[in-house]
Write a protein that binds this ligand. Structure first.
Ligand code: NAD
Length: 258
């Protein structure tokens, strides 16, 4: 057991900034990892990067909004890597815009990925974990799930849904020896953040934006993906063996501890 981890891990959104860093950290802890994402090219690039480590890594192109796709991916991982012990739900999308201007498509897509994807993946993995009586699930939500943000209504609502789903699942699975926790990042340097803001907007995130009721980031920096990965690996691991249904915010204090 390395770093309190022993068993096979599945990471969704593995081609993204945070998911890829979580996968790298798991591999560094000698944990076999299945990389799941719908971005096939980026997925294969990461798999090739991790191939040289000698730790077993497979890439499985998966759309988490499609429950059939998810069920097939989980079955494939169990056959190719072995029993799944860890799941990290990191796939996500952000559609920003004032609530009154959001389209049906923006709302539906946001919920299909951020809430539906977490449901599909967690359900499929719970079904194989329960008979074995062991496992640990971490959902990457957002500090926006608990703190209202301008132009993020769909995103924040979908993250609140995924966080509460994960905690309810944790309650149901606790008797089976399975823990379910949430990590809630604030602004983190990844393609999702870059798409949302440039340098000026990054400074504004740190300084605060009074007109948008944002107080800024007390620790005065944007998070790196490794800050989020550290929290996820801790909650997955045996070091967190008495922690379940917890929501760990990693945002430099931006939500003032809410
Ligand atoms: P990212 O855009 O870099 O990565 C997201 C990944 O999810 C991408 O690789 C994308 O292809 C994948 N994905 C999207 N839809 C999918 C689908 N239907 N099926 C499978 N994969 C799909 O974003 P990130 O910053 O790495 O975000 C990772 C998680 O962290 C997300 O859930 C995001 O909401 C959350 N988060 C990010 C920030 C931030 O500031 N970056 C802050 C709070 C929470």
């Amino acid at each position: 057991m390395t770093g309190g981890l022993s068993g096979v891990a599945v990471v969704t959104g593995a081609a993204g900034g945070i998911g890829a860093e979580i996968a790298r950290s798991l591999v560094a802890a000698e944990t076999p990892v299945a990389l799941l994402d719908r971005d096939v090219l980026a997925l294969w690039e990461l798999a090739a990067e991790l191939d040289s480590t000698g730790v077993r890594v497979i890439a499985v192109a998966t759309d988490v909004t499609d429950s059939g796709d998810v069920d097939s991916a989980v079955a494939k991982v169990e056959v190719e890597l072995g029993p799944i012990e860890y799941l990290v739900n990191a796939a996500g999308v952000l559609r920003s815009g004032q609530a009154a201007q959001l389209t049906d498509e923006e709302w539906d897509t946001t919920f299909a990925v951020n809430a539906g994807g977490v449901f599909h993946m967690s359900r499929a993995v719970a079904r194989v974990m329960v008979p074995r009586g062991s496992g640990s699930i971490v959902t990457v939500a957002s500090n926006a799930a608990a703190t209202p943000r301008m132009s993020m209504s769909a995103y924040a609502a979908s993250k609140a849904a995924s966080a509460m789903f994960t905690k309810c699942l944790g309650l149901e699975l606790a008797a089976h020896g399975i823990r379910c926790n949430v990590v809630a990042p604030g602004s983190t340097r990844t393609p999702m953040l870059t798409a949302l803001q440039g340098d000026a907007a990054e400074r504004a995130s740190i300084e605060g934006v009074p007109d948008a009721y944002r107080v800024g980031i007390p620790l005065r920096r944007i998070a790196e993906p490794s800050h989020i990965a550290d929290a996820v690996l801790f909650l997955l691991s045996e070091r967190a063996s008495h922690i379940t249904m917890h929501d760990l915010t990693v945002d430099g204090g931006a939500a003032l501890g809410a």
